[in-house]
Design a protein around this ligand. Structure first.
Ligand SMILES: [Zn+2]
Length: 117
């Protein structure tokens, strides 16, 4: 349930970006969310919609790119996409794996509207 604080800091980042660009509002925000980041996209969306009122993001659309979990197997030296909470190599069943992606929560892009629209 840390979506509220994420949205609060996200809007803060947008505000700074818009100020820097001397823009009047934010058009869209794109997030990159790993399946294991602990973020619930539907909840994230509703948090954003609640918080964005009366902020620079009031007209902004939230996009979320959900990233699958990928591991690298140290035994067979291959990358595999795995289901959540299963870090065993799907091909050789080794437990000697390293997570490559799936836990991240990043701001991919912020689209800003200028003063002229
Ligand atoms: Zn393997």
């Amino acid at each position: 349930m840390h979506e509220y604080s994420i949205v609060a800091s996200l809007i803060d980042v947008c505000k700074k970006q818009a100020l820097k660009a001397n823009a009047s509002s934010v058009k869209s925000v794109t997030l990159r969310i790993g399946r294991l980041s602990g973020i619930e996209p539907h909840f994230m969306q509703s948090c954003f919609d609640t918080f964005k009122e009366d902020t620079i993001c009031h007209d902004a659309i939230l996009h979320m790119n959900i990233v699958a979990v990928k591991i690298f197997c140290l035994t067979c030296k291959k990358e595999h996409e795995v289901k959540e909470n299963n870090f065993f190599c799907p091909s050789c069943k080794s437990g000697e794996t390293k997570m490559l992606q799936g836990q991240e929560m990043l701001v991919e892009s912020i689209e800003i509207l200028g003063n002229n629209g």
